[in-house]
Write a protein that binds this ligand. Structure first.
Ligand SMILES: Nc1ncnc2c1ncn2[C@@H]1O[C@H](COP(=O)(O)OP(=O)(O)O)[C@@H](O)[C@H]1O
Ligand SMILES: [Mg+2]
Length: 354
């Protein structure tokens, strides 16, 4: 059966109606009151190269900008920055590297305007020796500076892979969005990234050297038979020090990655997102939010070739509809309740874009 036919025959219950898209319960013991004005930092990463991280970062950002938020996109792919091209800009004269190498004092000075209202950019440089691997304290400071930017939302477009560098940037943000495509290699990458960020977050939060060592041993697979999963690890830490256990559990519960399935062609592809959620809950004890999916559509690469945003170039294409749904959901999650909109399965490429 052709993928297109399969899509059209899907008539099952809406995953949204089943509550599967509902916001995961954050089991924090001490709810923190939201500060008055706060720049929200989202990082898009997790996938291998070519899955659509940059495409999603800039189109989600543009969608939020259209919904009235002041958005700054940050090209944090320090090895292969190309966000500016997606936005139709020539290589900018100011980049994030200038901030990292202190050529620019203030991160605000690296912000450049785009032709899209409410949407600004901090560009990345293409592979400047050394700068692609900034030190941790530098990155932590950068995260603080990004939070001080005059914006509602800052979206970081990360590089590929699970290097410490990418992971740290991912973990320094408020929320991470993993982009996955329905291919085994991409799934392997996603699990590796989720696992690596889970352990790295736990290790950073641990204060006791014994617990740090245990986390390292489990992360490296050098473990006692009793600790098979990260959930087992938390129980073991509880046994060593119940207060540390409770604190680390809270840290884990605050880590709420979103998953986006990109380039879906069939209903089965869409369902992979639910499977990821299930695996993460069972194996990591982690509540992953399946933010949504975007269908494979020729309009995507056509817009990129024209150096235009999909949103403005093909406003009626299906991916735009899915992007809008995700952007609204993200913005509503900030306020509390999830957006419940009926799910519709993509029907393949629209005429005029195929
Ligand atoms: N939903 C989609 N439909 C069709 N093509 C897509 C889609 N998402 C991504 N692509 C293709 O994948 C390419 C790589 O996307 P990009 O966002 O640059 O990947 P990454 O940043 O993850 O390396 C794009 O140039 C585009 O051709
Ligand atoms: Mg990219």
């Amino acid at each position: 059966m052709e993928p297109r036919e399969k899509l059209q025959t899907y008539a099952g219950p809406s995953p949204l109606q089943n509550g599967l898209f509902a916001r995961p319960v954050v089991k924090s013991a001490s709810p923190v009151a939201a500060p008055e004005r706060r720049t929200r930092i989202l990082a898009v990463g997790g996938g291998k190269g070519g899955v659509g991280k940059t495409f999603l970062a800039c189109n989600l950002g543009a969608m939020m900008a259209r919904l009235g938020k002041r958005v700054i996109l940050v090209d944090a792919d320090l090895g292969g920055a190309n966000l500016h091209t997606y936005l139709g800009l020539d290589f900018p004269d100011r980049t994030l590297n200038d901030v990292l190498t202190r050529r620019l004092d203030r991160v605000e000075d690296a912000v450049i305007s785009t032709s899209y209202p409410n949407l600004k950019l901090i560009s990345g440089a293409q592979s400047v020796l050394g700068a692609a691997n900034p030190r941790h304290d530098y990155k932590a400071r950068l995260a603080r500076k990004l939070r001080d930017l005059d914006a509602d939302v800052v979206i970081l477009d990360l590089g590929s892979g699970t290097s410490f560098n990418t992971l740290d940037t991912f973990l320094l943000s408020d929320e991470g969005i993993f982009v996955v495509v329905p291919e085994p290699t991409s799934l392997e990458n996603a699990y590796a990234f989720i696992k690596a960020s889970f352990f790295r977050r736990l290790r950073r939060a641990a204060t006791d050297a014994r617990i740090k060592t245990l986390v390292d041993r489990v992360a490296d697979g050098r473990v006692e038979r009793s600790i098979r999963t990260p959930a087992d690890l938390l129980s073991a830490i509880d046994g060593m020090d119940p207060r540390a256990g409770a604190r680390l559990r809270e840290e884990v519960n605050r880590f709420r990655p979103h998953v986006v399935m990109n380039q879906v062609r069939t209903v089965e592809d869409i369902q992979i997102g639910f499977a990821i959620r299930k695996v993460c809950r069972r194996y990591f004890g982690l509540d992953v939010d399946y933010l949504g999916y975007v269908n494979y559509d020729n309009a995507v690469w056509k817009a990129i070739r024209k150096r235009c945003l999909l949103l403005t170039e093909y406003p009626l294409s299906e991916p735009v509809e899915f992007l809008a749904r995700m952007a609204k959901k993200l913005l509503e999650q900030e306020g509390g309740d999830p957006v419940i909109t009926p799910v519709r399965v993509p029907s393949g490429n629209r005429q005029g874009t195929g």
